[in-house]
Design a protein around this ligand. Structure first.
Ligand code: R5P
Length: 387
């Protein structure tokens, strides 16, 4: 079946238009005629949001791309309002494509009298009218169970695997710091990431180690030691989220100062990176951080449209007083960093959206070499930069 605009509509909220455009590019590279559907967003002076669809969605298979990253509550509300608008415009099946699912860290009652906000967000999405969710590296896999609709939870791990396979292959070939994969160890920055670390270590064919971490507040963590052998080894640390940077920076200190690690690479799916996280990483013991673009690279410190200003996304011509968001509106925050590299998840999301639309297996993507083929050229370019 050839996908055409007649059957599928892809829309984007304002949180990560750059990723949405890249997903569209990935369709078009394969000569599938897909454009980003037009949408108009108005923010009123009292901060209410109005979303107007500028394309026909009647009976179509609709995908909405929106990460619920900073400003989290705004982006969640925008997504809910888009779903409601599509439902009322007689859209067919609605899939909320949420590359980064905010509130995922509030997924259990770790003490009395606290909410389970990850569940609340799931309920709101379902009530608004979402029929499916497509997301990536949920902080806890069991969040899928908070939904009564199907959830496909992709993972960026295969991208990291392909990249580190290539990087270490070249390092071994050039006798640069390692002689074999015995000189590499994959490390979990806390016990929550042990399963993920074990999977990556198995895939790369290395040993693993675990850092012992205590979260003392939302802003601070304490790292008290580690289990395993990292002496004179190159470390690959894997995490789902970097927020303040405290977890990975403290872990890197312990691994280098107490463990004698030679080099520290970090890979992480969601670059929340609040406040001065980027600067702290620059000054840390970490040698390189690899993140994905589930969250826009855009600097959003002053992120509000002007009063009643209207912005448009997608395939619609701006009228008087409207501003089009094409790619990235603000500064690319990673330009401030020499250590942070970004690998795109666009091709993975494109392949998953296509599979969902055609009722094909999504998991099959992860059990084949398809991912390697999809990201080979981007990985090679990144490794060239890293060496
Ligand atoms: C925690 O369980 C997560 O997996 C991350 O390690 C954490 O959210 C990172 O936060 P921060 O960068 O503020 O230490």
């Amino acid at each position: 079946m050839t996908i055409s605009e007649k059957e599928m509509v892809i829309l984007s909220g304002t949180s990560n238009v750059a990723l949405a455009e890249k997903i569209i590019d990935a369709f078009n590279e394969e000569k599938m005629r897909i454009a980003l559907g037009g949408c108009k967003f108005t923010r009123f002076p009292d901060s209410e949001i109005l979303v107007e669809l500028a394309c026909n969605v009647r009976g179509r298979d609709v995908f909405i791309i929106q990460s619920t990253s900073y400003p989290v509550n705004w982006n969640i509300m925008e997504l809910l309002i888009m779903i409601d608008g599509i439902k009322r415009a007689s859209g067919g099946r609605i899939t909320a494509v949420i590359p980064y699912y905010g509130y995922a860290r509030q997924d259990w009652k770790d003490r009395p009298r606290v909410p389970i906000s990850a569940r609340l967000v799931a309920d709101m999405l379902t009530t608004a009218g979402a029929n499916r969710v497509l997301t990536m590296d949920l902080h806890a896999e069991q969040i899928q169970g908070f939904f009564t609709i199907p959830v496909d939870n992709l993972t960026a791990r295969p991208l990291f695997k392909v990249l580190f396979d290539e990087l270490f292959r070249r390092m071994i070939e050039d006798s640069k710091e390692i002689r074999s994969m015995d000189d590499v160890v994959v490390v979990a920055p806390d016990v929550g990431r042990v399963k993920l670390t074990k999977r990556l270590a198995n895939e790369l064919g290395t040993d693993m180690a675990i850092v012992v971490k205590d979260r003392t507040s939302a802003h601070d963590v304490q790292t008290t030691g580690f289990i395993g052998d990292v002496k004179d080894k190159v470390v690959v640390m894997i995490d789902d989220i970097i927020s303040t940077g405290g977890t990975i920076i403290n872990a890197a200190n312990v691994l280098k100062e107490e463990g004698g690690a030679k080099k520290i690479f970090v890979c992480c799916t969601h670059s929340v990176m609040v406040n001065s996280a980027i600067e702290k990483i620059e000054q840390s013991e970490i040698d390189m951080v690899l993140v994905t673009d589930t969250i826009s690279p855009e600097e959003k410190t002053n992120w509000v449209f002007g009063d009643t200003e209207r912005v448009i996304v997608g395939d619609v011509e701006p009228e008087k007083g409207e501003r089009k968001i094409d790619q990235v509106l603000g500064e690319d925050r990673f330009k401030r960093s020499k250590k942070i590299k970004v690998i795109s998840v666009a091709k993975l999301f494109k392949a998953a959206i296509e599979s969902i639309h055609e009722n094909k297996s999504v998991s099959a993507l992860f059990y084949s070499n398809k991912i390697i083929d999809l990201v080979r050229s981007e990985v090679n370019a990144l490794v060239d930069e890293m060496l």
